[in-house]
Design a protein around this ligand. Structure first.
Ligand code: OAD
Length: 252
């Protein structure tokens, strides 16, 4: 297991010298904030549902109230959670390197709350909703008797402003992510299972375009190869350790 004390020195040098660092995060980054990852078994009321059967346009059409209530439960979890040392280390790293792009698959908004200035949210944000008919986005809405609440403008049901399975990602977010992957010199892939495209291709793309690729995950083994570092461990431990090792003089 990689620890604070055995981060590969070649990686520390690569991070210190990088001109443009791009980072892709997944649900694992928020696990230490107490938010279950997407593929963790669900607990309590929701144990009998598979998230992949709730996060689809078909599920919303079939049973909008069920899908709304599932997101309301997830929203409550997120509201009660706080950014962890992994989120905070990425916010710090942004201020220490010449150019920085943070791309996330998470819909929890914790990067923003940790101080990251402009995370690219590939899959949307659970704290916003939008009209299921005409797409207007709302940050405030009434959780009244009717669930999902109706759009104040047209009365169609509101839905979470997230990307569901089978839906297109926002094209501007995807384009920014693609540009960062092909232009950065160091790409960090953290806490993602890499199962969902197109996000899953970004680390490979960055590596193919010449970047040093760093993978931090609980399900990889420690490996160092040409421009590829895999670190087995928790992002809440390894990200602060990596940033401190590369920039020891910067205040935590
Ligand atoms: P997953 O739940 O698929 O994967 C989480 C990954 O984080 C796994 O590989 C874990 O090993 C790793 N992990 C867990 N805890 C960790 C920790 N403390 N430190 C480091 N790694 C840890 O989540 P995502 O890859 O984000 O999409 O899933 C991608 C997308 O699939 C989600 O955005 C969602 C889902 O379907 C949509 O809803 C469109």
């Amino acid at each position: 297991m990689a620890t604070e004390s055995n981060i590969p020195p070649e990686l520390v040098t690569a991070l210190r010298q990088a001109r443009h660092v791009a980072v892709l995060t997944g649900a694992g980054v928020s696990a230490e904030s107490g938010i279950p990852t997407f593929r963790d078994a669900q607990t309590g009321l929701w144990a009998r549902y598979d998230p992949e059967d709730l996060a689809t346009p078909e599920a919303f059409q079939r049973n909008p109230r069920l899908v709304w209530e599932w997101y309301a439960w997830r929203r409550q979890l997120v509201s009660g959670a706080a950014p962890n040392p992994g989120h905070l280390a990425l916010a710090r790293l942004e201020r220490l390197v010449p150019r920085f792009t943070l791309i996330t698959q998470n819909v929890d908004g914790l990067h923003h709350r940790a101080g990251s200035s402009a995370p690219i949210e590939l899959h949307g944000n659970i704290m916003r909703v939008r009209c299921s008919a005409e797409g207007t986005v709302y940050e405030h809405w009434d959780e009244g008797a009717e669930l999902p609440p109706p759009c104040p403008a047209c009365g169609a049901p509101l839905r979470p402003d997230v990307v569901w399975f089978g839906e297109q990602l926002p094209s501007d977010a995807l384009e920014q992510a693609w540009n960062a992957a092909t232009r950065c010199d160091l790409f960090l892939s953290v806490g993602t299972s890499g199962l969902v495209e197109p996000a899953a291709s970004l680390p490979r793309l960055a590596h193919a375009w010449g970047a040093t690729l760093v993978v931090i995950n609980l399900d990889v083994s420690d490996t160092v190869r040409e421009r590829l570092f895999s670190l087995h461990g928790r992002s809440g431990v390894l990200l602060p350790a990596l940033v401190s090792a590369a920039f020891p003089d910067a205040a935590a």
